[in-house]
Design a binder for this molecule. Structure first.
Ligand SMILES: [Zn+2]
Length: 193
């Protein structure tokens, strides 16, 4: 039975590494996988999923207007498709998550999504909110705060390391960096009550 999976975490927990490993496991057994990542993510170049430990794989990209049910249906019609993988799944629109759910139900293709749960202001990304609502299986990818507790939050910092508490949810190509923290240290860093 195909399922819709959501593997979520904060930044730098190794989600892309897990995605690449899972896809590799399928391919090693002779099964066909299809990889997608968000088009505006230029960290590793268009059409590629990379991980901080140095491994990577070619991937198609998706933008907010792409019909992902049609995409997966087309892939399935071209040849065998045993599992689809979606990186940066927080950038999916709500409609696209429904399209992926339909692909699971009507095409019988398992779909594994990997993404951030909340943004630097502690708010759910729309794609993640819909995945939390619709996924058949959810798994938390864990990483830790500097204090050793589980990190569930992320702060955005400018080039000088100052914590930013305002700005667009999605910021690509700037000098900002992100640090994952536990909620207590996130509250201390952002001044949130
Ligand atoms: Zn902490």
């Amino acid at each position: 039975m195909a399922k819709l999976y959501f593997h979520y975490s904060t930044m730098n927990a190794g989600k892309s590494t897990l995605l690449l490993q899972a896809s590799h496991n399928y391919r090693e057994r002779g099964m066909a996988t299809y990889l997608m990542t968000a088009r505006h993510d230029d960290r590793v170049g268009a059409g590629r999923i990379g991980s901080r430990i140095g491994i990577g794989a070619e991937a198609d990209t998706y933008g907010p207007d792409d019909d992902l049910f049609a995409r997966l249906e087309g892939e399935r019609d071209r040849g065998p498709l045993h599992c689809a993988f979606v990186d940066e799944a927080q950038f999916l629109t709500a409609a696209q998550v429904w399209q992926l759910a339909r692909a699971v139900d009507d095409l019988g293709v398992p779909v594994m999504c990997y993404g951030l749960r909340v943004d630097f202001q502690g708010r759910l990304f729309p794609g993640s909110a819909t995945l939390l609502a619709l996924a058949d299986e959810m798994r938390e990818v864990r990483t830790i705060c500097h204090c050793g507790k589980k990190a569930t939050m992320v702060v955005r910092q400018d080039a000088e390391g100052r914590v930013l508490t305002e700005g667009a949810q999605v910021q690509i190509g700037g000098n900002e960096t992100y640090v994952s923290l536990c909620r207590r240290h996130w509250r201390a860093a952002t001044g949130a009550s």
